[in-house]
Write a protein that binds this ligand. Structure first.
Ligand code: P6P
Length: 338
């Protein structure tokens, strides 16, 4: 669907309101949902930017459902994201990396039309070293009847059934990247004004840049297909470069804008991979395809997968279409680990 043309400087609010006009049956519920996500992004950005001053660095002494040590900002981001959505009548359920089970909104909000999946603060192991981190979200339109309690079946679905996805990246600046109607737009926060402004309209991932992003500390555990791809990338004639920030949102965002491929493959120790399907691979897979790129699990298109559990993991190969295809061709010949 072609979107109305917006000039740079358009606010996110104007963008989502005018995009609604491209949907004759739109009721404003999606606009309401995105405004809730926008508010959460502003609040998390403000807190992240002064974390060192506000005593918000470090761990809380708990581990989350993933068995990962919870950082104070993880907990804050999760609470802010949920509270920004659960009292708006737009979302009926939230699935968060930081919450063991689904978060169903209160009975008075069962009318909510959308289910939101979220990694409230991806890359949180980088918080204490002031590296770029981010919030990743995916949006499904519910299958169950509006006004009734949401069901697990509203969210344990293929990724291609999502209707929108995005992330907020907290780096040198704060950007909200939103994929909707098959188009990816980037909005940069002006903290002095408190508004997101369109800065990257209609993002298309370059297909000519040879850049790869993988944690080669695990090279001894890689399957042959991964080893062959990385060796191919390291041939002088490929003129490749390598970057690995260790924060999925940061590595993804760089590849989205500049081109390249990010890989987090399965190993014998982690046969399902490390990254999460519902709130990491699916939203980023939705975004990259809308930007002209691709995402697989090393064998199949990520968005064709169906999670069997809320916190299901997956191997991930994501970025420029040609590089993803080259890596997947090699990796699909490896013996299955799971
Ligand atoms: P490794 C951060 O902890 C994270 O979940 C992603 O943001 C990142 O891509 C990955 O893990 C890094 O994992 O094993 O390379 O440290």
């Amino acid at each position: 669907m072609s979107q109305p043309q917006f000039e740079e400087g358009t606010t996110l609010d104007r963008f989502i309101l005018e995009s609604r006009m491209a949907h004759p049956g739109a009721t404003g519920v999606y606009v309401n949902l995105i405004k809730g996500i926008e508010l959460a992004g502003k609040m998390i950005s403000s807190r992240v930017n002064k974390a060192g001053l506000a005593g918000m660095l470090g761990a809380v002494g708990n581990v989350n459902v993933q068995g990962e040590e919870q950082q104070k900002l993880d907990v804050y981001a999760n609470n802010v994201f949920i509270s920004s959505l659960e009292h708006r009548g737009a979302a009926c359920m939230i699935v968060s990396e930081e919450s063991d089970g689904v978060v169903r909104v209160g009975e008075q909000w069962h009318s909510g039309r959308y289910v939101v999946t979220v990694d409230p603060l991806d890359g949180s192991s980088n918080i204490d070293v002031n590296a770029t981190i981010g919030t990743i979200f995916g949006i499904y339109r519910r299958l169950s009847e509006e006004g009734t309690p949401a069901q697990d079946s509203d969210v344990l679905r293929p990724g291609y059934e999502m209707v929108s996805a995005g992330y907020i990246i907290y780096g040198a600046g704060t950007m909200l990247v939103l994929a909707s109607d098959g188009v990816v737009n980037g909005f940069t926060l002006d903290p002095a004004v408190g508004e997101f402004f369109l800065s990257h309209p209609d993002i298309q991932v370059p297909n000519d840049k040879v850049m790869y992003s993988i944690n080669d500390a695990y090279a001894q555990a890689w399957q042959p297909g991964v080893k062959s791809f990385i060796e191919e990338m390291q041939k002088p004639e490929r003129k490749a470069s390598a970057r690995y920030i260790g924060s999925l949102v940061a590595d993804f965002h760089r590849n989205l804008l500049k081109g390249g491929v990010f890989l987090y493959p399965a190993t014998a120790k982690n046969p399902e991979g490390k990254l999460r399907l519902l709130y990491e691979a699916f939203p980023l897979g939705y975004i990259i395809e809308a930007a002209g790129g691709a995402a697989t699990n090393g064998r199949k298109r990520i968005l064709d997968l169906t999670p069997d559990a809320l916190h299901a993991r997956t191997p991930l190969v994501i970025g420029s279409k040609a590089l993803v295809a080259e890596a997947t061709e090699l990796m699909s010949q490896d013996p299955a680990l799971a």
